[in-house]
Design a protein around this ligand. Structure first.
Ligand code: AMP
Ligand code: MN
Ligand code: MN
Ligand code: MN
Length: 282
């Protein structure tokens, strides 16, 4: 079993990269990818842990993109975190996130919430501040009863203090990933799209932009959805990846590898991905 989607304290997870590596090893996973949102900062520590575990540790990232007017998350698997061009591109994305965070702060203050930037930063154990950290800070300052309440009233997708930020296109993200030696796959398609969304057409278009696969196995999927995406991958000759999207305590009820208990991503997917790595003979 493998897991190609997880988060550490370097984005909005609560486990350190070393803890993730150790847990994956204890669970007997063949491979685990660390795919923090819009940052490479956890990867040096993650890869250093390879010396003490059998699980193959796969360097990754989850890039926030915009596609057809909505947020689309693009996973980059096997990316070279030391690639200077890629590092520069990701750092610039971090700047955009910071300026978006300032706008969220202003909106919260305009709503009468007394929250300071220092309090938000205090909720984020590493440099990256996401809405997860805003939600925690909103709970800590008493403006919300729970993180869910904070998302509902303040920073959720349809809440008043929400400011969208990514204007990265999927094609651009796929190019960045490819140039950094990795493989671009769409994270959790089907989550957050309306029922009538034509993923078959969209995925064919994304494939044309250099995307090589997508998550066909994901904890939130029902059996029909999983079957649909597995079949779509076959039809389009794309790689059906999958992962738990583990966030530690920030997303309770999820375990590495198995998600809510029934997730199972076959090891064979690893070889499918490795065959497509830049520089590999097809
Ligand atoms: P950001 O990248 O700053 O827009 O934050 C997005 C992250 O916030 C997602 O990856 C989720 O982990 C989390 N998130 C978004 N909406 C919700 C929600 N309604 N409830 C809980 N977590 C959420
Ligand atoms: Mn997240
Ligand atoms: Mn995501
Ligand atoms: Mn994720």
């Amino acid at each position: 079993m493998i897991d190609l989607h997880s988060h550490s304290i370097f984005s909005d997870g609560t486990d350190t990269p070393e803890q993730l590596a150790r847990t994956a090893d204890q669970l007997g996973l063949t491979a685990l990818a660390l795919t923090d949102h819009d940052t490479l900062a956890g990867l040096p520590r993650f890869l250093a842990a390879q010396a003490s575990v059998t699980t193959l540790l796969v360097p990754g990232i989850e890039l926030s993109c915009r596609y057809l007017g909505r947020v689309l998350h693009m996973l980059g698997l096997f990316v070279d975190h030391a690639d200077p061009v890629f590092r520069e591109r990701v750092a610039e994305l971090g700047d955009r996130r910071q300026s978006r965070n300032r706008k969220i702060m202003l909106r919260l203050q305009a709503m009468g919430v007394s929250l300071t930037w220092a309090e938000v930063e205090a909720a984020a154990p590493t440099g990256l501040v996401s809405r997860t950290h805003f939600a925690r800070a909103l709970v800590a300052c008493g403006a919300a009863g729970s993180p869910q309440d904070a998302f509902r009233r303040y920073v959720g997708d349809h809440a008043p203090a929400y400011v969208p930020f990514p204007d990265l296109s999927p094609g651009e993200a796929a190019l960045w990933i490819r140039e950094a030696g990795g493989i671009a796959v769409v994270a959790h398609p089907g989550r957050g799209t309306p029922r009538n969304f034509r993923w078959d057409d969209a995925m064919a278009e994304l494939k044309g932009m250099g995307v090589e696969g997508f998550e066909a196995r994901y904890p939130d999927y029902g059996p029909l959805e999983e079957r649909y995406f597995l079949e779509l991958a076959r039809t389009l000759d794309m790689v059906p990846t999958g992962g738990s999207d583990y966030h530690g305590l920030n997303k309770p009820g999820q375990t590495l590898g198995v998600g809510r208990g029934s997730l199972h991503v076959p090891e064979a997917i690893l070889a499918c991905l490795q065959r497509r790595l830049p520089g590999q003979a097809v």
